[in-house]
Design a protein around this ligand. Structure first.
Ligand SMILES: Cc1cc2nc3c(=O)[nH]c(=O)nc-3n(C[C@H](O)[C@H](O)[C@H](O)COP(=O)(O)O)c2cc1C
Length: 177
């Protein structure tokens, strides 16, 4: 799948089938994180793959994270604040989004989770102090048919380009020749 098509096809999935994520797909997803860019190439991240149901149930307690108990894989993105105090959040976020796009190209659904209790996650997964929990990703096969072509055609509920981008200076529209 072309990157642009994957961008258009991606949508947050909150209902998952119990089909496991293949080892090959998971490897490609993690590899996409591993090779991501980072400031000074510090790679200030660590990704914890959680499949265990009891752990996922415990992590799903947050308000908008109930479906974590259904998603067969949860990837917990941690940023190394000691290694890169300034950029660990940005770098880890980039790596996680690259994983999202690879998962999409693999035909998998994903959802970012920002709704989590950091202390709870730290305790469940025994995360050391130098790592901050940046975000979680739910990954799995969508329970509803993930019709990529339909998703492609779906008009996204987004601001218009003119509201979010300017040319040459803030607020200027593109000059057409
Ligand atoms: C940083 C971040 C945190 C998010 N946290 C949650 C969350 O805790 N629970 C949830 O259901 N969706 C969460 N989302 C998904 C957004 O609600 C979703 O991306 C947005 O509504 C746009 O919809 P789309 O992803 O289907 O295009 C999060 C997305 C991002 C980028």
């Amino acid at each position: 799948m072309e990157v642009y098509d994957a961008m258009r096809a991606r949508t947050s999935v909150r209902a998952y089938a119990q089909t496991p994520v293949s080892a090959d797909s998971l490897e490609r997803i993690l590899e996409s994180g591993r090779i991501s860019p980072s400031a000074m190439n510090y790679q200030p991240w660590h990704f914890i793959v959680v499949k265990d149901l009891e752990k996922r149930k415990a992590m799903s307690k947050a308000r908008y994270a109930g479906f974590l108990k259904e998603a067969p894989v949860v990837i917990v993105g941690c940023g190394d604040k000691k290694r890169s105090p300034e950029w660990h959040v940005v770098d880890t976020t980039i790596a996680l989004q690259n994983m999202v796009m690879t998962a999409t190209a693999e035909g998998l659904g994903t959802c970012w989770i920002g709704s989590f209790d950091e202390n709870l996650i730290r305790n469940i997964l025994k995360i050391p102090d130098h790592l901050a929990v940046v975000a979680l990703l739910a990954v799995g096969h969508s329970r509803k048919k993930l019709d990529l072509m339909a998703a492609l055609a779906k008009s996204k509920s987004r601001k218009r380009i003119s509201e979010v981008a300017s040319y040459e200076e803030f607020g200027l529209a593109e000059k057409r020749a």
